[in-house]
Write a protein that binds this ligand. Structure first.
Ligand SMILES: [Zn+2]
Length: 77
């Protein structure tokens, strides 16, 4: 009984040390960096900033809507 108990204690101590060493070697995963903000573009017509996904692009310029794109192209063909 005494020997078995001692073996269990030794096993627990070894497991404890092993887990400590493992934690020291491989630190917890770094937090994922925050998702980067969407790229913003300025409407060439009204100057409003819009995310790239919602902007309308024409001739290398960005617009907040198709109406402003058409207006801009009419004014500056
Ligand atoms: Zn606009």
């Amino acid at each position: 009984m005494g020997t078995l108990f001692r073996l269990l204690i030794i096993a627990a101590i070894i497991w404890f040390i092993y887990s400590l060493i493992r934690r020291a070697i491989s630190p917890p995963q770094a937090q994922n960096p925050l998702p980067s903000a969407p790229l913003m573009h300025q409407c060439a017509q009204c100057g409003v900033h819009i995310p790239e996904g919602e902007s309308t692009q024409s001739q290398g310029r960005f617009f907040c809507c198709e109406a402003h794109r058409d207006l801009y192209l009419q004014q500056k063909p």
